[in-house]
Design a protein around this ligand. Structure first.
Ligand SMILES: *Cc1c(COP(=O)(O)O)cnc(C)c1O
Length: 397
């Protein structure tokens, strides 16, 4: 049957034909629609719309894709972080080392789990936590370390494992952006107690709304996270919570995944590797065209490791002179961009109580001042990459 909606990208029909939106997956949805529609019909006919059979099917497919022993589907990457921190054993008042440059949920999740985020600066080559900065902030309350894998590559997991071992810290990964990225064959999120994935629409695997998951190889982390997404219900006695047998043992959330999102994600998981391949082609096209362009201070680099690693271009991020003027110039010409991230975490008002100052984390602050993300998604045509690059070159000429 023909679907009732007309699939168009944001701005389609209003913008000029040369407009390049920062993000759309209209063509991707159109291509996957027969499968999505069949899955949606199964949801409607099955009558279970939340945490139902499609969610279980998606969790199994994602376990297969990532190699994770356990996948706990939830309703956002942010909730996944809160549940992961609690399930990995963070106790009130304990400290978690996080980078000063990330999406705000990296650190707010620590507070929501009643811990205290402790910031360190980033390595400018990867935008990820600088493991060498960790020893200076470790105290007797430090319990965990949360590397974030931003944009197209993993944090230095070997250096983080080393520092974590030295100070007996539990590693939890904010791998919200890192689907498809592997370190020595092991998927992001599986290098410590566990990790998360976000299926926010713009992410490499995007839903038709919000969704996320906790992934882990540890059955105890999975069990607690699964209970916490459902009001803390275990429904049985737990070996690792001795003496507790009543059904609701921990104050939990309602963070179940909707079957509508699982229906979409199941269909889109089938083309994920092809989508990742397309992103690589587009990234290479940008790099080729922008190499040597005046005004462009930095193009994305893939840091060489001893381990086998594979970049996945979730975001194509460059650093430029006069960033805000360039953004305005591109916008005036119909090209969408995004600033990841405009404010370093230690300068966000919600973390003011941690008492940080401007200038404390110079690499994080420099990235915030100069970085801009260009459109990259499987629907994007190479002619659109050409147009974006010509506008950038024209601006700096
Ligand atoms: C997207 C993202 C999150 C949050 O995921 P949501 O699904 O949007 O809640 C957390 N951390 C990072 C690094 C992200 O990019």
């Amino acid at each position: 049957m023909e679907h009732a909606v007309t699939l168009t990208g944001p701005g389609a029909g209003q913008a000029s034909p040369e407009a390049v939106p920062f993000f759309t997956q209209a063509a991707g949805f159109a291509a996957a629609w027969p499968k999505i529609e069949a899955n949606l019909n199964a949801v409607v006919d099955g009558g279970k719309y939340s945490h139902g059979p499609l969610v279980a099917e998606f969790e199994a497919a994602l376990a297969e894709y990532t190699g994770a022993e356990h996948v706990v589907g939830v309703n956002s990457g942010t909730d996944a972080l809160v549940l992961l921190l609690r399930a990995a054993g963070l106790r009130p008042g304990e400290e978690v080392v996080v980078p000063a440059f990330s999406f705000v949920a990296t650190a707010s999740s620590v507070m929501l789990a009643r811990g205290r985020p402790v910031f360190v600066d980033i390595d400018p080559a990867t935008y990820a936590m600088d493991a060498a900065a960790v020893p200076a902030v470790v105290t007797e309350r430090t319990r965990m370390i949360m590397p974030v894998h931003l944009f197209h590559q993993l944090a230095d997991l070997a250096a983080i494992a080393e520092v974590a071992e030295r100070y007996a810290l539990t590693v939890v990964e904010d791998s919200a952006e890192a689907i498809g990225m592997r370190w020595d064959g092991k998927h992001a999120g599986l290098h410590g107690a566990g990790g998360v994935l976000s299926f926010f629409p713009t992410k490499t695997l995007g839903a038709l709304g919000d969704a996320g998951a906790v992934i882990t190889d540890d059955p105890r982390v999975a069990e607690v996270a699964a209970a916490l997404r459902h009001h803390g219900r275990f429904g049985r006695t737990l070996d690792h919570f001795p003496g507790i047998s009543n059904e609701t043992v921990l104050p939990g959330l309602n963070s179940k995944m909707d079957d509508v999102q699982a229906a979409v994600l199941l269909a889109k998981l089938a083309t994920l590797d092809a989508d990742i391949g397309r992103r690589a082609v587009l990234a290479a096209a940008y790099t080729e065209r922008l190499t040597g362009c005046p005004g462009v201070r930095r193009l994305p680099t893939v840091v060489k490791r001893e381990a086998d690693t594979n970049p996945v271009f979730y975001v194509y991020l460059i650093e430029v002179e006069r960033r805000d003027e360039l953004v305005a110039h591109l916008a005036a010409n119909g090209v969408g961009t995004e600033t990841y991230y405009p404010v370093p975490l230690h300068r966000q008002p919600c973390f003011a109580e941690l008492g940080h100052r401007a200038g404390e984390f110079p690499n994080a602050e420099a990235a915030c001042a100069h970085a801009v993300a260009l459109p990259i998604y499987p629907d994007l045509a190479e002619s659109q990459v050409d147009r974006v690059c010509e506008l950038i070159k024209g601006f700096y000429a």
